[in-house]
Design a protein around this ligand. Structure first.
Ligand code: HSE
Length: 293
C-alpha cells in the first residue's frame, strides 16, 4: 500500500483564468492505493456523500484507467467538493502520484499533470490543469497548452471558504464569451504584475496582479457576501482579493503581519452576510508528497 497527500489549490488568482494556480498548505486529500485486478474506490471525509465511487465517474478512477494501473483506492477528503479549492484536482493529483509510484512508471511532472487533468475532466466536463498542476508540482504554476512550469514563492495567503457550494459547471456557465480589448490589456498587465510578485515574494505586487474585470465580476454574483468580504479583507490589510478558482472560496494575499486579521475579517464579513465560513491561512505551499509505503 502507498499513501499520498495532495494539497488544496487556488486557480486563476484573478488575472490568470485557466492559467495560474497556487498550492496551499492546507486542507489536503490523502489517497491510499493497493494493487488490485480491477479498480475500486472508497471515499470518506469532507463531502464524501457527494462523490461517486463508480471508477468511471470518479477522478481517481479515470486516472487509474489512464495509467492502466488498477488499484483499490481509498480517498480521505480534506478538500470538500464545489469549494473553489481544487477538490477533485487534489484527489486526481494524489492518485496520479500514488499510482505512478506503485506501478513504478516514473512519469515526468508534465506527464503526471496531463494524466491528473484527465481525471478532472471526468467531473468538470473539460480538462483544466490549473488546479492539478500546483497540487502535483507545488508553488505558483503557469499552465499552457504546450506545458506547465512552477515557481517557488513565499507569499502569505488566506483562503476563506463559505458554507455554500458553487459547481464548476455553473461557474463556467457565467463566463462571458468575449472581452473588450481594454479589459484584455488590463488583464495582461495584472498577470505580468502577479507573476513578477510571485518571483519576488512581494505580496503587494501579487495582490495588485489579482485585479481582473471580465470573469471575476460575473462569478462574484454567485457568492453571497462577495463584495463585503473583499472590502473587509482590504480594510484588514489584504493587498488583493479575488474568487478562488470557480468559487465560492475567496482568496486574499497579504503581508505576514496582517494574515490573522485578514482571515478573521473575511470570516466575520461572511457571517454578517448570513453565511458560515472558515479561513485557511497559508503560504504558497508544496505539491503532492508520498507519506508512506
Ligand atoms: N480555471 C478553472 C475555472 C478552475 O475557473 O473554471 C476550476 O476548475
Amino acid at each position: 500500500m502507498l499513501t499520498v497527500r495532495a494539497p488544496a489549490t487556488s486557480a486563476n488568482l484573478g488575472s490568470g483564468f485557466d492559467v495560474f494556480g497556487v498550492a496551499l498548505d492546507r486542507p489536503a486529500d490523502v489517497v491510499s492505493v493497493e494493487r488490485a485486478d480491477e479498480t475500486t474506490i472508497e471515499v470518506s471525509g469532507a463531502g464524501a456523500q457527494y462523490i461517486p465511487e463508480d471508477p468511471r465517474k470518479n477522478t481517481a478512477g479515470v486516472v487509474a484507467r489512464e495509467l492502466d494501473a488498477p488499484a483499490h483506492i481509498r480517498i480521505d477528503k480534506g478538500v470538500r467538493p464545489s469549494s473553489g479549492l481544487g477538490s477533485s484536482a487534489a484527489s486526481a493529483a494524489a492518485t496520479a502520484v500514488a499510482l505512478d509510484a506503485l506501478y513504478e512508471r516514473n512519469l515526468t511532472g508534465d506527464e503526471l499533470v496531463r494524466v491528473a487533468a484527465e481525471g478532472e475532466a471526468a467531473v468538470s466536463g473539460e480538462a483544466h490543469a490549473d488546479n492539478v498542476a500546483p497540487s502535483i508540482l507545488g508553488g505558483f504554476t503557469v499552465v499552457r497548452d504546450d506545458g506547465v512550469f512552477s515557481v517557488d514563492a513565499d507569499v502569505p495567503l488566506v483562503a476563506c471558504l463559505p458554507d455554500i457550494a458553487v459547481s464548476t459547471r455553473d461557474a463556467r456557465g457565467v463566463v462571458p464569451e468575449s472581452a473588450a480589448m481594454d479589459d484584455v490589456v488590463h488583464t495582461v498587465g495584472s498577470a505580468a504584475t502577479l507573476t513578477a510578485g510571485m518571483q519576488r515574494d512581494d505580496p503587494a505586487l501579487v495582490g495588485r496582479g489579482m485585479d481582473e474585470r471580465v470573469v471575476t465580476p460575473a462569478r462574484a454574483k454567485l457568492i453571497d457576501g462577495y463584495d463585503d468580504v473583499c472590502a473587509a479583507a482590504t480594510d484588514a490589510g489584504a493587498t488583493g482579493v479575488t474568487v478562488s478558482g470557480a468559487g465560492p472560496a475567496i482568496i486574499a494575499a497579504c503581508y505576514p503581519a496582517r494574515q490573522r486579521a485578514v482571515a478573521a475579517a473575511m470570516v466575520e464579513a461572511f457571517e454578517d452576510a448570513g453565511v458560515d465560513a472558515r479561513a485557511y491561512r497559508s503560504t504558497v505551499g508544496s505539491g503532492a508528497e508520498i507519506l508512506g509505503e
